[in-house]
Design a protein around this ligand. Sequence first.
Ligand code: 5RP
Length: 223
Amino acid sequence: MSNPLSKDVQKHAAAEHALRFLTPGEVVGVGSGSTVGFFIAALSKRAVDFPKAVSSSERSSGLLRSAGIQVLDLNDAGPIGVYVDGADEVDPNLALIKGGGGALTREKIIAQASRRFVCIVDESKQVPVLGTFPLPVEVIPMARSLVARELAAIGATVIERAGFVTDNGNVILDAARLRITDPLALEAQINQWPGVVTVGLFARRRPDVLLVAGPGGVAETVV
Ligand code: 5RP
């Protein structure tokens, strides 16, 4: 098992590697989380080549602006070439759990708006079956109890993320103890429930490129 320091070294390596997939001058789609923090640091050294970005969270927007990179509204940016983001779990078919940082809705929007989704992870994120990491679900506040009951009915142990409000003003329910063998079907099912804004399953819009950093370097899977 890797210690936190080597995990950070791996996150850094995956983030640096992602620069290879960018085209200078294009607006960059930027995700959220600690791995993306390393990516923004790498991007900041190339701000001349990549002066503009769209961002999936207020936190990433702040980091980008501090790095001298202009943050555009997605509506003004047109289609995005490449979106770079991390993940909480990746299964062998490249379906993801995302939303550990609570930014899943904007992440899913930018992933969908992008030609290529490059996912950057350390090797600890690879799992045979999704669900060890509790599945985040962004919910309109008045539907919190309703959606919690629906999640419990499919076998989840549900915990509301304490004291957390998303950038969109909603709450997050974390659904633990699900064994997600059909992520595409579960994503479609949960997305239909009234009150659900977004489920943190990325099975419909999977990464086109997966970069997994391990002790031996960064492994590329290009779909
Ligand atoms: C945020 C996310 C992140 O990509 C995910 O939580 C991974 O984070 P980290 O890079 O810190 O491990 O989905 O909503």
